[in-house]
Design a protein around this ligand. Structure first.
Ligand SMILES: [Zn+2]
Length: 340
């Protein structure tokens, strides 16, 4: 059973998955920094300014629960691996086409030396007007899956070790005042044979944590995942539906009393969804879950879209939610408690 926290949100809270397009000038600033032409202080200032810009943009679009857009992170795995002792980088590997990924290798026992994203959260809190904010952390399975394991006897051992580290990080976020942390696990369903222990491992990150925890799984096999819904110790599952034309929305039938972060915006298409399409998607979801169980978000991070399109998509997402909220208000449903 989910527990109510002492914070209220509008019904159908609107949020993002995490990443947001970097302002063009920030892309240039990062290049200048890499070329040694600006220093770390100037880069930090650019990151701070970019966070302010994209938080404001989300808030102006009407997003209830913004993120910092992951402005400081080049890559969701690399960023964490760089900040955990025991990883080493041999150089970029080609992942698809002409895209390169700086694949980390685990070369010694992993040690959680210092907070990874706590300062990101603290800065976000300073610049946002919203009470509830979303902080994303990359999950242990995905970090392991996208790394070379040159130290632990098995992938399973590595994932459980990483889970302890991510659990420590979430506890530090809780101490710093975070109310909502989302664990990103895009790789979770990619090896069906590993699912049994992978679910136990991701649950490890929730141990002793008393704030809201969500898990985001995209591009996955949702039929397979649905078999594990009841075992996942997260109050919310943020899933993609728009890109698949809402074909597998029926899996929400098996959600129990958990919440869904309903993906209603396709991040792989530059076409801006209409508010009516968003409203229609919500009404589809109401066949399987109560309105009180739904948060509304894009399918995934928006970072690969042009910034203007990302903003337009968020604006229309909120307009679509407003259409449905009006109907819900007439039925007396206006606000919901944050639950964990
Ligand atoms: Zn995603």
């Amino acid at each position: 059973m989910l527990k109510e926290m002492n914070v209220e949100l509008p019904v159908l809270p609107t949020t993002v998955i995490g990443s947001y397009p970097r302002p063009r000038w920030l892309v240039y600033a990062v290049k200048l920094y890499r070329a040694g032409r600006i220093g770390v202080e100037e880069l930090r200032e650019a990151f701070d300014d970019a966070v302010q810009a994209v938080v404001r943009e989300q808030e102006e679009a009407g997003i209830d629960i913004p993120s910092d857009g992951e402005m400081r992170r080049d890559d969701m795995v690399e960023y964490f691996a760089e900040r955990i002792r025991g990883f080493r980088f041999y150089g970029p590997v080609r992942v698809w086409g002409n895209n390169f990924f700086n694949k980390p290798a685990v070369v010694s026992r992993l040690v959680y030396e210092k907070p990874i994203v706590v300062e990101e959260f603290q800065y976000l809190r300073r610049v946002s007007s919203r009470r509830v904010l979303k902080v994303t952390v990359t999950g242990p399975y995905t970090i392991a899956d996208w790394s070379y394991n040159e130290y632990y006897p098995s992938k399973e051992d590595l994932v459980f070790e990483l889970a302890k580290i991510i659990n420590s990080e979430i506890k530090r976020l809780e101490e710093a005042g975070a109310l909502f942390v989302q664990v990103d696990e895009p790789a979770l369903t990619t090896s069906p044979k590993e699912m049994e222990w992978a679910i136990d491992a991701v649950n490890e990150v929730t141990k002793g944590v008393n704030i809201k925890l969500g898990i985001h799984i995209c591009y996955g096999n949702y039929e397979l995942l649905a078999n594990y819904f009841d075992r996942l110790r997260f109050s919310q599952l943020a899933l993609e539906f728009a890109n698949r034309g809402f074909r597998d929305i029926g899996i929400l039938d098996r959600l129990g009393d958990k919440e869904v972060g309903l993906g209603v915006i396709d991040v792989h298409s530059r076409r801006v969804e209409t508010p009516e399409e968003v409203a229609k998607a919500l009404n589809k979801a109401f066949k399987y879950v109560k309105p009180e169980q739904i948060y509304v978000n894009p399918d995934c991070g928006l970072k690969l879209l042009p910034r203007k399109i990302a903003r337009a998509k968020l604006e229309n997402m909120v307009r679509g939610v407003e259409i449905v909220r009006k109907e819900l208000r007439e039925r007396g449903l206006d606000r919901i408690p944050l639950k964990r």
